[in-house]
Write a protein that binds this ligand. Structure first.
Ligand code: SAH
Ligand code: SF4
Length: 338
């Protein structure tokens, strides 16, 4: 189904949420039925060499305690994910050069040799040869959000990084045969409604296997501490529009949704999302992976536990699926715009 720019704009402004959400859910049920796929996420380091103005893990945040998991701890968590019945493990970290490319490749191939499980990486911007090494080791999918399609706001928010390079990363990943995922932070400081319209169109033109979005949440230990949070309602509309325009994409209802709104992830599932990513980061350190406030904090940590996720899925009116949940979109038609 197609939507004109005007329709996208009007829906984002909240013209007819009931119609938008119902249509998104209809399409989602058409493609995936009631299934919600699970991904076990392991955040094995909170060190980062980057300095993104929005993120609690930024290198200049000296107020947080840093941690790294050893190889054996990583393998133990992978085993827990496998034992839970989940068929995808997601590794996410800051950009931490402590682990060499080869070391990460060895972890990937150890997991792929031992278990029948899909491996998704979300380890930031790397060289093409590094992506190739990890793909050859067995990695299946890669998530890297563009964050914003307003180049000025992007370079302001991510000092020292270049938007085109991030875009190039997606192109490399696609060439190497990964399932690729990207997305935005809704309400990144400076972004306007028009920027979101552009992002929706651009992301759709990439024919992504996975689309991830969450509202920007101001972190007190960052330069963006006094910026306005992204709108939860706007993020729901982004989910729904993305589902309508990208019927075959896997769309997670992200933990930022939960931080922004009580039962936020459940709402996300009801407007087009079809994936939930419970955290398997060990409890003693989970709260230190504090990208934004409310993420993995001790008080409501249980929401990231598996049983809580399973209950929530059923309560939302869907069915838990332990399948691998590859995207039915087999070949992406990713092209770099000139
Ligand atoms: N270092 C990797 C992966 C970890 S960050 C990377 O940057 O790609 C994962 C995601 O967290 C980012 O893509 C960003 O969209 C999101 N994020 C970071 N800070 C946030 C904040 N303050 N509010 C909401 N989402 C945030
Ligand atoms: Fe590092 Fe990612 Fe946070 Fe940027 S968003 S500081 S790259 S962890």
């Amino acid at each position: 189904m197609n939507l004109s720019d005007r329709e996208i704009r009007e829906y984002l402004k909240g013209k007819d949420d009931a119609k938008l959400f119902a249509e998104a859910d209809r399409i989602r049920r058409d493609i995936f039925g009631k299934d919600v796929f699970l991904r076990g996420i392991l955040e094995f380091s909170n060190y980062c060499k980057q300095n993104c103005l929005y993120c609690g893990l930024r290198r200049d945040n000296h107020e947080i305690l840093r941690y790294r998991l050893s190889n054996s701890e990583i393998m133990k968590c992978a085993e827990e994910i496998v034992n839970s019945g989940i068929s995808t493990i997601v590794f996410q970290t800051g950009e931490d050069p402590y682990y060499s490319d080869n070391e990460i490749a060895n972890i990937i191939s150890a997991i792929k040799t031992k278990y029948n499980i899909a491996v998704t990486l979300s380890l930031g911007e790397r060289k093409r040869e590094t992506y190739k090494l990890w793909r050859d080791a067995g990695a299946d999918r890669y998530l890297i959000r563009m964050e914003s399609f307003n180049l000025k706001n992007y370079s302001n928010a991510r000092p020292g990084t270049i938007w085109q390079n991030r875009r190039k990363c997606l192109e490399y990943l696609d060439e190497l045969g990964y399932e690729i995922g990207s997305g935005i932070m809704v309400g990144l400081p400076g972004d306007t409604l028009e920027d979101i319209v552009t992002a929706i169109k651009e992301l759709t033109s990439m024919h992504l296997h996975m689309i991830g979005a969450g509202p920007f949440i101001a972190h007190p230990q960052t330069p963006f501490s006094n910026k306005k949070n992204g709108s939860f309602d706007m993020t729901l509309r982004v989910y729904a529009i993305m589902r309508i325009l990208n019927p075959l994409a896997n769309i997670p209802s992200t933990s930022a949704m939960e931080s922004a709104h009580l039962r936020g992830r459940m709402k996300g599932l009801q407007v087009g999302a079809n994936v939930i990513m419970p955290s398997f980061t060990p409890k003693r350190i989970r709260e230190l992976y504090n990208i934004y406030p409310g993420k993995n904090v001790q008080d409501d940590i249980d929401k990231d536990d598996l049983q809580a996720a399973l209950d929530m899925i059923v309560k939302a009116g869907y069915k838990v699926s332990f399948a691998r949940g590859d995207s039915p979109l087999k070949s992406s038609k990713f092209k770099v715009q000139s």
